[in-house]
Design a protein around this ligand. Sequence first.
Ligand SMILES: Cc1cc2nc3c(=O)[nH]c(=O)nc-3n(C[C@H](O)[C@H](O)[C@H](O)COP(=O)(O)OP(=O)(O)OC[C@H]3O[C@@H](n4cnc5c(N)ncnc54)[C@H](O)[C@@H]3O)c2cc1C
Length: 344
Amino acid sequence: MLTLDGVLESLQPLLEQFRTAAAETDRSGRLPLWHLRELGRAGLYRLAVPLERGGLAAAPELVWEVHESLAAACGSTHFVQAQHQGGLGFLLRGNPDLLQEAYLTGERLCGVAFAHLRRPQSPVTVETTADGWIFRGEAPWFSGWGLLDEVVLAGRDERGQDIYALVPLAQPSIEMRECPQLSAIQASATVSLRLHELVVPKAALVLTQTLEEMARRDFRSQLGYTALPLGLVREAATFVADERIRRCLEERGAELRQRALAWVDDPAEALEIRASANLLALQAAQAAVISCGGQANQLQHPANRLLRESSFYFLTQLNAPLRAVALEKLVPSSREQDWGRAFA
Ligand SMILES: Cc1cc2nc3c(=O)[nH]c(=O)nc-3n(C[C@H](O)[C@H](O)[C@H](O)COP(=O)(O)OP(=O)(O)OC[C@H]3O[C@@H](n4cnc5c(N)ncnc54)[C@H](O)[C@@H]3O)c2cc1C
C-alpha cells in the first residue's frame, strides 16, 4: 500500500537520476518513457487525487514541494508528466468515471491539447452529431507524442461552447506534424495534431465549458505552474558562487512560494505571483550563466539549459492577461494593470 512517506522516499533517487541525465535528456528529441512510468510507479500521479478516487490527497504544500523538486531536476520530464497530470485534472473535474487506475500507476498516460482555444478563432472546430462530435482542424501544441496514449482534446462547437473529450492518439484521423526544433524542452516531443474528421462518441466527453469559464480557471493553473519557474530558481541558485546573490534568489523564491500557497481566489494576485516567478527564474538563470562564465554558452551546460527553460516558462499558460502583466514586469512602463479583473 502506497503512503505519502513511501512516495517521497521513492521519488528522491528518481529525481537524482533525472538531474544527472538532464543535459542528455535535453539534447534528445524525446525523453525516455521510463521517466514517466517510474514516476507513476512511485505514486506521483496519486498525490493530488482525492482518496475516494484512489489518490493520496496530499497537502498542497507537499504537492508543491514535489513539483518544484522535479522541475529543478529536469524541466522536460516535469513538463511532460504535467501534461498527464493536467489530463487527469480534467477527468477528475469533468467525468471522474473516465479516471482509470492505469492512469494513476502510469501504465496509461494522457496529455492535453486545449491552449489553442485562447486564440481569437479556435483552430479546432467541433460539429455536433446525433452520436457525439466530429473534430476538425489543427491543434498547434501537443506535448508527449510517442510517449502518451491519449489526449484530452478540445475544440469549439457551433454555439461557441468548448468540448473537451478523451481521445486515443493512435488512430488514422489524427495526423502528427513535427514542430520546428525548439530552443527549450525539445525532449517534450511537442508536435501539432491535424484532425481529419475525427469522430468522437458521447461516452468520451470529459466536460464542456465556455471560453469565459476557461479564462476564469486559467488563473488557477497559471498559479499552480508557478512551481516550475520556482524550481528553476532553486536549481539555478546552486550555480551562483556569490553567497549574497544566491541567498537573495533563494529568499525571493521562498517569498513567492509562500504567497502562492497562501493564494485564495484573487486573479490579479495569481498573475502577479506567476509573472514575478517567471522573471525571477530568468534572472536566476542569467545569474547562473554569468557565474559559470564562458562555458555556460555551451548548449549542454546546465546553466544554459536553465536559461532556455526560464524563457519557455513565460510562454506556457500564456493568455492575454498574463502576457500584459509579464511584459509590464519585464519592461515596466507604469501602465495601469487591471488584467486581473478582465475575467472576474
Ligand atoms: C513547447 C510547447 C509545448 C506546449 N505544449 C502544450 C500542450 O501539450 N498542450 C497545450 O494545450 N498547450 C501546449 N502549449 C501551449 C502553451 O501552453 C501556450 O498556450 C502557448 O505557448 C501560447 O502561444 P501561442 O502562440 O499558441 O498563443 P498566442 O497566439 O501567443 O496567444 C496566447 C494568448 O495571448 C493572446 N494574444 C495574442 N497576441 C496578443 C497581443 N498582441 N496582445 C495581447 N494578447 C495577445 C491570445 O488571445 C491568447 O490569449 C505548448 C507550447 C509550447 C511552446
